[in-house]
Design a protein around this ligand. Structure first.
Ligand SMILES: *Cc1c(COP(=O)(O)O)cnc(C)c1O
Length: 405
């Protein structure tokens, strides 16, 4: 085939025989060039695919070819994002989804059936809490929430048959830490699949699969895009989990990621590590600054020695994170006045963004939780969540200083 603009066969080179670093995967892995030899990843914004013959369609639907079938199942641009993220994470496979919540829901729903039992960490993002404590029970699935990180408490919860364990570490918004290796070991004794919501740590700071977990899920809306553009999610795990449990569920329930959003994310992965590392350095300086201020009762940041699980956090993460939980001495009225005085940091409910964002969880992200559940999670009206971005840390500290005074 030739075209007026110069068709040439795609340039396939041999894969290096050595193990590549995540930084190299982030810009290289998954790239499948079309015949045009484009440098950057192409956007295949199409829902369907065509077949040269009826027989080719027959063979493709019998899964005897690697021909793409339909973008609800897979799509070339989505596949580039999945391959790249799986390589960075060190997972066998990845399935991308349209949001973090569709990833969370699918990761669990593909495993459980009526009569099963699920154990989860108590400090959780509110929509994850709703799925486990309100939706699963409607379908005859029981649950138990475990507060904190005490091995004897986890061992007791995991002494009965359990299908899945869901843990969020660090937790949103108060950065509580759960020992992934300890919980995974206990869970495997009762045959449970361990799913980690790794959103707050991002693929850069924590590798749950290496610590013993079975499945990792992301809201790619957060650090993976990290620039406030698209909603997305991802689920990563072993070949058997992805092919035997997850894909038979997602192919037919349809939480698919748009190819356009996948294309944005493929490019975001190229800069993710640099962005997250700068955000961590900024968050560390800001957490240290806030901890010394009299207006602040406590600062929750895993990179501070005052964090109750500082040592564990430093063992299972390579940095303190990008989000700081702040408890003020004063009540909601003073906290709102502080938010309103900020000139750089935006009031918003997102996190993991290049722009620093401040949130009042009790009245926004975690508003859906019952008041007693909020109290149990420590989300009082005096608590703010600060997601630290890529601005210069001294400008952020000046902004916080003027708003505090
Ligand atoms: C944001 C978030 C989610 C949900 O992700 P969406 O992309 O908003 O659907 C799940 N878990 C945690 C910890 C989050 O912060």
């Amino acid at each position: 085939m030739s075209t007026p603009w110069g068709y040439r066969p795609r340039n396939e080179r041999e894969t290096p025989e050595w193990d590549l670093h995540p930084q190299t995967h982030a810009v290289r892995t998954g790239l499948t060039r079309s015949g045009f030899g484009e440098t950057s990843e192409a956007l295949y914004l199409n829902s369907g695919f065509t077949y040269s013959t009826a027989e080719e369609a027959f063979d493709s639907f019998a899964e005897e070819t690697d021909h793409f079938l339909y973008s609800r199942f897979h799509n070339p641009t989505v596949a580039m994002f999945e391959a790249r993220l799986a390589a960075i994470e060190g997972a066998d496979f990845c399935v991308a989804t349209g949001s973090g919540m569709s990833a969370m829901f699918s990761s669990l729903a593909c495993l459980v059936e009526q009569g099963d039992h699920v154990v989860a960490s108590a400090a959780m993002f509110s929509s994850c809490h709703v799925v486990i404590t309100e939706f699963l029970p409607k379908w005859g699935i029981t649950f138990e929430l475990v507060k904190g990180n005490d091995p004897t408490v986890w061992a007791k919860a995991l002494s009965k048959p359990t299908k899945a364990v869901f843990i969020e570490t660090p937790s949103n918004p108060l950065m509580e830490i759960v020992d992934i290796a300890m919980v995974s070991e206990l869970a495997h004794h009762v045959g449970a699949t361990v799913i980690v919501d790794n959103v707050m740590a991002s693929p850069v700071l924590q590798k749950p699969l290496q610590l013993g977990a079975d499945v990792v899920m992301y809201s790619a809306t957060k650090h993976i895009d990290g620039q406030g553009r698209v909603l997305a999610g991802a689920i990563l795990g072993s070949s058997s989990y992805i092919h035997e449990k997850l894909m038979p569920f997602t192919r037919h329930s349809g939480p698919s990621l748009s190819p356009f959003n996948a294309w944005v994310l493929v490019k975001s992965l190229e800069t993710m590590e640099m962005r997250v590392e700068r955000m961590v350095a900024n968050a560390q300086s800001i957490a240290e600054f806030l901890e010394a201020r009299p207006e602040i009762k406590s600062v929750r940041f895993p990179g501070l020695k005052s964090h109750p699980d500082y040592e564990l956090a430093m063992k299972q993460m390579t940095g303190g994170g990008t989000t700081v939980g702040i408890e003020f001495v004063e009540d909601q009225a003073q906290v709102f006045a502080f938010m309103n005085k900020l000139r750089i940091i935006d009031i918003s409910n997102n996190l993991g963004d290049s722009k620093s964002l401040i949130t009042h969880p009790a009245t926004s992200t975690h508003r859906r939780l019952a008041p007693e559940v909020q109290v149990e999670m420590g989300i009082t009206p005096s608590v703010l969540r600060l997601s630290v971005g890529l601005e210069h840390s001294s400008d952020l500290i000046k902004d916080l200083t003027q708003a505090l005074s």
